[in-house]
Design a protein around this ligand. Sequence first.
Ligand code: MEZ
Length: 601
Amino acid sequence: MKRFNLKTVLLVGAALALQVAAVWGAAPRTSGAGNALADLHTALGVTCASCHGTAKVAAVDDSERSINVTCVGCHGNLDAMAAQARAGSHVNPHKSHLGDINCTVCHMGHVQSKAYCTNCHAFAMKIPAGDPVPQKPAPKAAKKAAVKQRVERADVVVIGAGAAGMTAAITAHDAGARVILIEKQPITGGNSMLAAGGMNAAGTRFQKAKGIADSVELMYQDTMKGGGNIGDPALVRVLAKESAGSVDWLTSLGADISDVGRMGGASVNRTHRPKGGAAVGAHIAGVLKKNAVQRRIDIRLNSKVVKLIEDNKGRITGVQVEGKHSGLYTIKAKAVVLTAGGFSANADKVAFYRPEYKGMTTSNQPGATGDGMDLGAKAGGELKDMKEIQIHPTVAAGSRILITEAVRGNGAILVNHEGKRFVNELTTRDKASAAILAQTGKSAYLVFDEGIRKSLKQIDGYFHLELVKEGATIQELAAAINVPATVLEATVASYNAAFDGKSDPDFKRPDIPRPIRTARYYAIEVKPGVHYTMGGLKINADGQVLAASGTPMAGLFAAGEVTGGVHGNNRLGGNSISETITFGRIAGASAAKLVKGGAKK
Ligand code: MEZ
């Protein structure tokens, strides 16, 4: 097949835009906007068969892997595309934390793509063939249901391919089960992909190497206290006890989580992240995906589970799936694991449970809509703590970009529009968020210096996204963010004195690892945003979903944010990735045990 350079394709495509209307009648299924890849390619004389193959034109698998092979064949892979980035552009969308994703995630083939970057980033980004265009509504599932559905079989179906799902799938696979991992979004990773600060674990080899004295009991106590002592003690014990083993497990799969820092509410440094302080989520999601692919686990993207299937004894025996291209079908399974995440990106649901959060931004990916909880509840699972919704104190103002708590952990302070500190920056998220919402403009500035910047690699990303204001002196920084210079100078001087004296009399911050005295000086305006939903399906320590009666539901397991009970009324930073790995391993192992006949249910 002829190789096209993307730049050429797009330039020629633009020049031919007027001709597109003329060829429209001859074009295959298009978006109707003249700006889908189908339109651009057709205008260039590229036939349907060039992309879809001749055997069965338009036969595209739900994961769109086949079509992606063709895109890559002509244009090169993401690395090749990233290498061609336009000079002068600081944004290189082909090189991102989303990892190795299909071209059709952001560029629409025929129907509107998800255009992931523009879902979260505030900067204007013109994505070729990525315009949001009005679409004809997709055919209703009910119509397709009229035709006989195909039925497949698996030992274990895992619903949701974030960290918990990929972990459960890998664990069940390694225990001998035949696993299908279903994901409604066009990419794997879920919210875990966006996790920034790190993974909490107590008593790890990395803590020991740094001389950090921690214990399972201390992590348990911190987690219970941070969650208002309403967390399920049995689940919190498991989280703390298994955490070091989960770090070892991830490390054995190839992850680097050797750097250790501190998050709010922790008594010691126990938040593990890649060396140099890179974001934890994209790294871990990449490692898990690679391991799942190496094991040839059947991962199906663009596939939404619409129903859990029960037998006449109430056992969960499979799922009904709606594939983007394949329509409705059934997978019969001996065990189903729900790992579909929380509902922070479902504004209606958030407002239903907490009307006061109506209209608030979220740090979550768009798929975090709570479908997994709905599926489990509809099948008889008990929901708990649904009103416990976490507001993260530091989402960059005017965006959905989370500014990781690790910036504060590594030394940054929160300053109000009057130039003053107003809270212990390492307090728990509920308290820090409430303190920010009480300030002028319901926002604050996160202030740090070059030393703190150098201590945490992920800060570079905030510069890249143009979220940072700066100055060569504190005075210059004050001018850049429009706060009184003398007040800001006094605030920083007093914080540096607290660092020198190892005590923070004003706000009782428990740990000041660095002062703020190395030019340049930086500030990011931050506002609280919906970050995490602590509530969800009730589970036991084996990862079994519990019915209202308290008895385990036969064949149904769950792990991660879809569950409730681990975090009480406030999750500690770093406990989410920890939960996904530990409970993902437990749910995967329990499901495999059921398949092998070793479990009660
Ligand atoms: O666990 C989290 O939510 C987390 C570590 C977030 C962050 O601020 O980085």
